[in-house]
Design a protein around this ligand. Structure first.
Ligand SMILES: [Zn+2]
Ligand SMILES: [Zn+2]
Length: 161
């Protein structure tokens, strides 16, 4: 069985993507508010509570199983601080005091756009995820995410099922 490798992912571009959202409230960032520099849990917007609930829900059920991704946060191990590459073997090992510097970010952004974005924006999220090599593209997961989307947005089922 062939494994898809991390080389296909443009790490630099990914980090830029992540940095564009990091440390900010994804909802305010996306809405273009004057001050996105807060955690979404501190957000004053009405929709924030709804999004946080979905984030929790998804984080409970979401497992990142792809070999090259951190299984906590889902981003490639080459980016996540939780991992370091062993020189001799090239294997990734968990760092004892490491942490996922982007933990939650991906799910928060996705939830925000899935909940409040239009079709085009939802598409964009999928492309973004794909470029990141994030596991939600796996077939079973896609179904789950699409299911969520249907549930959240009251939209019609997309023909993927
Ligand atoms: Zn906010
Ligand atoms: Zn991680």
């Amino acid at each position: 069985m062939k494994r898809r490798r991390q080389e296909g992912v443009d790490i630099k571009e990914l980090i830029e993507c992540l940095e564009a959202w990091a440390g900010r409230c994804p909802l305010c960032q996306w809405r273009g508010g004057p001050n996105p520099w807060h955690d979404i849990s501190q957000c004053q917007r009405e929709e924030a509570g709804q999004i946080i609930e979905q984030v929790r829900d998804i984080q409970k059920g979401l497992k990142f199983e792809r070999f090259s991704c951190c299984y906590h946060c889902g981003i490639p191990q080459g980016i996540c601080d939780q991992w370091q590459q062993m020189e001799e073997t090239g294997w990734w090992e968990a760092v004892a005091e490491g942490r996922c510097q982007y933990f939650g970010l991906v799910v928060e952004v996705v939830c925000t756009l899935f909940t409040k974005g239009n079709d085009e924006e939802v598409e964009e999220v999928y492309h973004w995820m794909k470029r990141m090599g994030v596991d939600i593209y796996r077939k079973a997961s896609v179904h789950r995410w699409y299911g969520k989307r249907v549930e959240w947005g009251g939209l019609e089922a997309s023909g993927l099922v």
